[in-house]
Design a protein around this ligand. Structure first.
Ligand SMILES: [Zn+2]
Length: 266
């Protein structure tokens, strides 16, 4: 883990890249912010989490860091020990932004576990239209152990667009928490999507017929391979993190629109 601190005093927030070693955009965003000549009104910790995995260009070395929180200092697995170190580093940050990329197509979106004044400010303060409530999924992610943490899916893994969007969103996150005072924060309403469950793959060639957040009509086939086929149970389902080849055992996550997240009163 590498931590670069910029600015001083309160509030303290953090931006974390390199949680997954095969997603170089997060590290590039963190490096670029560290190199920029910015006037800070608080403190930002810029964290590169999994350096060995980044160096090797792999998602993880022993186990998925974002499935390893809160971690175990005595584990034989590198990422389970690293999760403890990362958490300790982030504990004093009121807001945390974890940077990710995926194999699914734009638009970018945020993922949160708990909606509170801090995460609401992050979610509505970045230029994204969708926020995915993952509280119904597994509870081993950074967002699920740190109450002020959310994730940003910045774009397609390895793309320059993911780096430029991640930078834009990262700076907006800093303004939203008044750590960067170069411009006023801009808060907008965001569509909330409730994540329901993972969509299991079978064997053979995976085929997907809908994009992220596109409404699937009741009864329509949205994903299949040679072994499984998935149809929408009603008119209120969408795909999240949908990709044919991004994950070995799932097509992504099934979700449903769940209202609007509005900015808090200022
Ligand atoms: Zn990731």
């Amino acid at each position: 883990m590498n931590v670069i601190t910029r600015g001083s005093g309160d509030p303290t927030v953090a931006i974390v890249g390199g949680i997954h070693g095969d997603e170089p955009a997060g590290k590039q965003v963190v490096d670029r912010i560290a190199d920029m000549d910015l006037e800070f009104a608080g403190t930002v910790k810029l964290v590169i989490a999994n350096e060995p995995a980044l160096d090797a260009g792999v998602r993880y070395t022993d186990c998925d860091l974002n499935r390893a929180f809160p971690g175990d200092p005595d584990s034989d697995l590198y990422e389970e020990r690293l999760a403890v170190e990362v958490y300790d580093e982030l504990e004093d940050a009121q807001a945390v932004l974890g940077l990710h990329t995926s194999h699914s197509l734009p638009p970018p979106f945020t993922i949160f576990t708990s909606l509170n004044p801090v995460t609401r400010r992050s979610i509505t303060g970045m230029p994204v239209d969708y926020a995915v409530d993952s509280s119904g999924l597994r509870q081993t992610t950074l967002d699920s152990v740190h109450p002020g943490a959310i994730s940003l899916e910045a774009g397609v893994q390895g793309s320059e667009e993911a780096v430029s969007f991640g930078l834009l969103a990262g700076l907006a996150f800093l303004r939203a928490h008044h750590v960067l005072a170069d411009a006023d924060p801009l808060y907008t309403s965001v569509r909330r999507i409730k994540a329901l469950h993972e969509i299991k793959k079978g064997t053979g060639v995976p085929r997907l017929y809908y994009r992220n957040f596109q409404r699937i009509p009741a009864g329509e086939l949205y994903a299949e391979d040679d072994e499984v086929s998935h149809r929408a149970p009603d008119n209120n389902k969408v795909l999240v993190l949908a990709s044919e080849h991004g994950y070995e055992d799932i097509f992504g996550v099934l979700g449903e629109p769940d209202g609007i997240i509005t900015p808090e009163e200022h």
